[in-house]
Ligand binder design. Structure first.
Ligand code: HEM
Length: 451
């Protein structure tokens, strides 16, 4: 039996006290940076993390400290920093101890919030659900669902592409990952989507909203959504266990999985992984589709250029707007990066978003240019330079699934029409917990100019 991860305390005061204690116990100094408490800096960081991180890089180089809220935060940027955290020294970083701990009350102990050996054992059970053959079959479901929803793309129509993609992507996840039928009222599945959205909006709230506890608070609403989703999932797990039927979808794999003693996974562990996948796969895919079509609307000639493939468009979209824009970790032991010491038990982040916008690594980083991703250019990239899916042993497990889904959607839309932004639309980013367009992506459908 794999030992469960240490229980998490959701009490914010206990966590703050522990963070301060850890900081005082540091045996080496924090890297240089802005280490005095500043409410203005904290606010700016919440609003514009990219601007603050790029400014830190310019002033201090690839590793620096920012005091955010009550604690020091070490930011490490650039190809070498990414490679250090994700690959060459990955064993020295904990996910559970980093800021992703804030997701534990909702997600429980899934791939995103656990460390080895628990994480490794669960990942091993889940990986087969993402093998090439499974993705191929999932692609058929994606095509069906996209075809069904594509009736929205009639010339002259105005729609929110972000909301459209979110609905399609949730239906795809339910069918392809969990073997659920979104049309069956039995499970009330689409309510699950709303509960899910309600719970996630918690992380987009300001700090006072997040810290409050007690009846009527946003936190109480997270717990209520969690209860409703749990009822749905446990019902499905029990039903499948009783029926003894096993499909090849991820939920069936988790239900059928046994540990080395031959015991099945406890059902709360199955539930936590399902919630984690829904969380990790949902908004990332949806936001990428919205960003891709935003950039195409801004650069319409690219859609007509035969030298530009969907894969190149997708890769450049994920460079400029990687939805999982930071990787929050906690160092385990003190370490050195490029001669700069960093204490143990420090909050450490890598950031794909900021690393993908460094002007010394990506010339003209603000320019959307899919030609950065021709096969020749890709072959020249440095280790750690391009990390929209992370890297190393904890690379995004849903990478191929997400890429296939975005490609199916992009192809279906581009075959039918072109999309233009509504006058006055400005892309503002919402940054919690992943980056997404703050006001959705309202677009007008135009007939394709090229047959
Ligand atoms: C465009 C789409 C997606 C992007 C950009 C993306 C990005 C990422 C990134 C960057 C990580 C690693 C984060 C870190 O290092 O801290 C990650 C992990 C993960 N992603 Fe994705 N993801 C996408 C789609 C999906 C989908 C569709 C699923 C599920 C079906 C998924 C499930 C996961 C899970 C479970 C993890 C944790 C893996 C582990 O730690 O073992 N993702 N994703």
């Amino acid at each position: 039996m794999i030992e469960r991860p240490e229980p998490h305390t959701p009490n914010p005061l206990t966590l703050i006290a522990r963070d301060l204690r850890n900081e005082r116990a540091a045996t080496v100094p924090y890297p240089p940076g802005d280490t005095r408490f500043s409410l203005a800096r904290t606010r700016r960081f919440m609003r514009d993390p990219l601007g603050v991180m790029l400014d830190g890089y310019e002033r201090h180089g690839p590793v620096f400290t920012l005091r955010i809220l009550h604690h020091d935060l070490v930011i490490m940027l650039g190809p070498e920093a990414n490679h250090h955290i994700l690959v060459s020294n990955a064993h020295n970083f904990s996910w559970r101890g980093g800021q992703l701990r804030g997701l534990i009350p909702f997600l429980g102990d899934g791939l995103l919030t656990t460390d080895d050996p628990y994480h490794r054992a669960h990942r091993k059970v889940m990986v087969p659900a993402f093998h090439r053959e499974r993705i191929r079959r999932a692609t058929e479901i994606m095509e069906e669902e996209v075809e069904r929803a594509a009736t929205a793309f009639v010339p002259g129509a105005v729609l929110d592409l972000y909301a459209w993609t979110r609905d399609v992507s949730l239906r795809i996840a339910m069918r392809a990952l969990f073997g659920l039928d979104p049309d069956l009222a039995r499970a009330g599945d689409l309510d699950a989507a709303h509960e899910f959205e309600a719970a996630l909006s918690f992380h987009a709230r300001g700090l006072p909203g997040q810290l409050a506890r007690g009846p009527g608070t946003p936190y109480a609403r997270v717990l209520r959504s969690r209860e409703r989703l749990d009822a749905l999932l446990y019902g499905e797990i029990d039903r499948r266990r009783a029926a003894g039927t096993g499909g090849e979808d991820l939920l069936s794999l988790l239900i059928a999985a046994t540990d080395e003693d031959g015991d099945p996974l406890p059902r709360d562990q199955v539930r936590d992984e399902v919630m984690t996948l829904l969380f990790a796969g949902h908004d990332t895919t949806t936001s990428t589709v919205a960003f891709l079509f935003h950039e195409l609307a801004e650069n319409p000639e690219l859609a007509e250029d035969p030298g530009v493939s969907i894969e190149m468009l997708l890769a450049e979209t994920l460079r400029k707007f990687p939805p999982a824009y930071v990787g929050p970790r906690r160092s385990i032991a003190p370490f050195e990066f490029q001669g700069v010491p960093v204490p143990g038990l420090a909050f450490v982040w890598y950031s794909s978003l900021a690393s993908h916008r460094l002007p010394d690594v990506w010339p003209e980083p603000e320019r959307f240019d899919p030609f950065r991703f021709t096969p020749e250019n890709r072959a020249r990239m440095r280790k750690g330079q391009y990390v929209p899916f992370g890297s190393g042993t904890r690379t995004c497990i849903g990478m191929r699934f997400g890429e296939a889904e975005i490609a199916v959607i992009a192809r279906a839309i581009l075959e039918r029409c072109r999309l233009e932004l509504l006058p006055g639309y400005r892309l503002d980013l919402r940054t919690a917990p992943t980056i997404s367009p703050a006001h959705g992506l309202p677009v007008r459908v135009r007939r394709a100019t090229v047959a």
